[in-house]
Design a protein around this ligand. Structure first.
Ligand code: SF4
Length: 251
């Protein structure tokens, strides 16, 4: 493997979102994102970074700084050290947008999964179906976003549709996370739910009330109750799960 990657960080932490919330995951965060969501909590990952950081002891936050780009061999060494020193239930590939690194991942994941037998949990904006198709053979869990334009400022309905269809067809464990805030347009929620229903009404939908930040107000309890009830008319499984890592101080 000659390829290199832009590393933001490697660390061990508690998964803070979605149906796997509370599990201990080993995180590999890669640099660069092609979206600019209004509610983004990872602005530092939007562009490749000159230096990344690697945790030495799982969960101890004893990071050392490393210079980018990093090689696949370096990543494997650092991830293996975390894997050997901790008890994780999945390896979470995150960003930024990890699928911007599909050409790297398609070479790295087969080697990684030989050495570290953890399920690969892909956390993605859900808007790059071609890149998903490249890496799907090595991925077990897909946490995809549907970006509501009124909440995120991003509009990718057709790409989300193609993306979800591919993941469902592949038989991976896929769920759709929809961030909602006080400005959420119900008509956009209906567009998303209609699309998901047409592909597979069994797909789990997570409504994630936004973690408040400037420009993103949390929805009211009445709004969330109404949207969950609405979603239940389209898909069979709808859960409301806010981010928990800010509550735990795991930022
Ligand atoms: S896709 Fe994720 S990392 Fe990229 S801007 Fe949106 S929330 Fe931030």
């Amino acid at each position: 493997m000659n390829r290199t990657a832009n590393l933001v960080e490697i660390f061990s932490a508690i998964q803070g979102e979605g149906p796997y919330v509370g599990e201990r995951h080993l995180f590999l965060r890669l640099g660069g994102c092609d979206l600019r969501c209004r509610f983004c909590d990872s602005v530092h990952t939007w562009r490749p970074v000159a230096q990344g950081r690697v945790e030495v002891t799982p969960g101890a936050r004893d990071f050392v700084t490393v210079t980018n780009p990093v090689t696949a061999e370096q990543l494997l060494t650092w991830l293996q050290r975390q894997y050997d020193g901790g008890k994780h239930t999945a390896l979470s590939l995150t960003g930024g947008e990890p699928l911007l690194h599909a050409d790297f991942l398609v070479e790295f994941l087969p080697v990684l999964t030989q050495h570290i037998p953890l399920p690969i949990y892909l956390e993605t904006g859900g808007h790059r179906p071609q890149a998903l198709a490249q890496v799907l053979p090595w991925v077990q869990i897909v946490a995809m976003d549907y970006k509501l334009p009124s909440v995120s400022g991003e509009r990718h309905h057709t790409a989300h549709q193609q993306f979800l269809a591919l993941a469902v067809q592949a038989g991976v464990d896929v769920f759709v996370k929809i961030v909602v805030d006080r400005q959420t347009q119900a008509s956009e929620l209906i567009d998303a739910l209609t699309m998901i229903q047409a592909i597979d009404p069994q797909v789990l939908v997570i409504l994630q009330p936004v973690t408040p930040r400037p420009g993103s107000l949390a929805p009211t309890p009445d709004q969330v109750l109404a949207w969950q009830r609405l979603a239940q008319d389209y898909v069979h499984r709808v859960r409301v799960i806010p981010q928990t890592h800010p509550l735990l101080g795991q930022l």
